[in-house]
Design a protein around this ligand. Structure first.
Ligand code: C2E
Ligand code: MG
Ligand code: MG
Ligand code: MG
Length: 272
């Protein structure tokens, strides 16, 4: 409970914080019914070869709240993780995205983000396998993106889950590389197929020698391990040109295309 302010009383707990907490609590409650109410929507952002050819999309979740409007995953995914609602939500996203991608005339790739909490699911490889069977999506069209948060848990257990997932023919990408506590040893211990460089290193890369040095180092490291690299958050022609000169393999960002409902990319998926 909030304390009354007065001499010597801690100010660490303010009425504004109380309001925020209540806000979060009600959002969490509303999120619990968001799936059945049809409020969750998947947007798709193109991923391209550096030369420009679109090879697939990343699925990015949005919450269309009846009164709050569009809520970004940066806000509601942490709430969903705290309450473990991310397990049913993550399963819904996976099924929805696989069903969608299976309907595309062109066999483009699709990448789905997985939360660390989903790895506590009793049988993640089994779930993925049954969703692939049920939707008819070819396993080599599906890529799963994980962050270092997944890898920090119990590395032996996680590595064996990832190997089972890969045995299905599904690819694994390391997301947001370089942003958190990503350790170089992760690259050796886990069977990645791709590294995604965090967007913080891509912003204004042509004017920022520090970012350029980091991106060069990641490219050298990844290519030494025979792993392709995707740069996230490419917003300008200058950034794209710089990444091309440095030998980056794939790109994603507003310059290539924004996350949008798939109908906006009907031509790309061959539905015209
Ligand atoms: P992420 O997986 O690293 O996704 C990339 C984020 O960067 C997305 O934010 C995307 O909209 C944004 N982005 C892409 N290109 C640009 C650009 O050129 N400039 C800028 N400034 N931003 C760009 P978004 O959609 O808000 O998602 C944020 C995070 O939420 C994602 O980061 C991912 O970690 C998480 N997330 C989204 N959907 C899901 C989901 O279905 N499941 C889980 N577990 N997490 C999700
Ligand atoms: Mg991602
Ligand atoms: Mg990312
Ligand atoms: Mg991110």
């Amino acid at each position: 409970r909030a304390k009354k302010e007065g001499p010597g009383v801690s100010r660490s707990y303010t009425p504004e914080m109380d309001k925020k907490l209540r806000e979060r609590r009600s959002m969490r409650r509303e999120l619990a019914s968001a799936i059945e109410r049809g409020e969750l929507v998947v947007f798709y952002q193109p991923q391209a070869e550096i030369a420009g050819k679109i090879t697939g999309f990343e699925a990015l979740l949005r919450w269309r709240h009846p009164t709050r409007g569009w809520v970004s995953p940066g806000t509601f995914i942490p709430l969903a993780e705290e309450s473990r609602l991310i397990v049913p939500i993550g399963e819904w996203v996976l099924r929805e995205v696989c069903r969608e991608a299976a309907s595309w005339p062109l066999p483009l790739g699709v990448a789905v983000n997985l939360s660390p909490v989903q790895f506590q699911h009793s049988d993640l490889p089994g779930l993925i396998r049954s969703i692939l069977l049920e939707t008819g999506l070819a396993s080599n069209q599906l890529e799963l993106e994980i962050t270092e948060g997944v890898l920090m848990d119990d590395s032996g257990r996680i590595a064996s889950i990832l190997r089972e997932v890969k045995a299905l023919g599904v690819r694994i990408a390391m997301d947001d590389f370089g942003s958190g506590y990503s350790s170089l040893s992760y690259l050796q211990s886990f069977p990645f197929d791709k590294i995604k460089i965090d967007r913080t290193f891509v912003t204004k890369i042509e004017d920022n020698p520090q970012s350029a040095a980091i991106v060069r180092a990641v490219l050298g490291l990844a290519h030494g391990l025979r792993l392709p690299v995707l740069a996230e958050g490419v917003e300008t022609e200058e950034e794209l040109a710089f990444l091309a000169r440095e030998g980056c393999d794939h790109v994603q960002g507003y310059y290539i295309g924004r996350p949008l409902p798939i109908a906006e990319y009907a031509g790309v998926v061959g539905r015209i």
